[in-house]
Design a protein around this ligand. Sequence first.
Ligand code: SF4
Length: 160
Amino acid sequence: MSDEKKIVIVPCSGIGKTYGTVSREAAYDVVEDLRPDESRLVPLSMLVLGDEGARAAVDGSQAITIDGCKLACATKMVRDSGGTVAKDYAVLDAYRRHKAFKPAGIAELNEGGMQLAHALAEEIAAEIDMMKGSQFTDFADSSIKSAKSVDTTSGEADNA
Ligand code: SF4
C-alpha cells in the first residue's frame, strides 16, 4: 500500500512521562509489527516543529492518535494540521480497560507497561481493520449502486 493511503498513527511525545512512553511503544508496535502495511507513524514532535513532510502526511488523512494525558496534544495537533482524527486513544483509558498491566518506568517501561502498550496496540490494530473494512464496504456499496444505475438505464433503453 502506498504511504498516502496508510492510516497515520500519531502518539504523543510525553517525554519523561510513563503514559507518554506507553503511547509511543503502542504506536511502534502497530506500525512495525501488527499493521505495517496499513499504517505509518508521524511523530508529534515533527508536527509541532512544523515539518512540511509531517504536516503533509497528516493533512487530509485519517489519523489515529494516542495521548498520554488529558491535554491530548497529539489529537489537537493532528486537527490543527488539517488531519481527521478517526479515533483518539488515551493511555489512561487503556489502563482502565487493562488494570492487570500497571505501567511504570519512563526511559524503559516495566513489564506491565510493555503489556499495556501491546494491549493498546492490539485495540488500535482492530480499529485499523474496521476502518479499512468500512472503506472496502463503501467501495462495494458504490459499485453495487453504480451497477444498479447502469441496469436501470439499460432497462429504460429497452423499454423505449
Ligand atoms: S498529551 Fe500529555 S503526556 Fe502527551 S505530550 Fe501532551 S502533555 Fe505530554
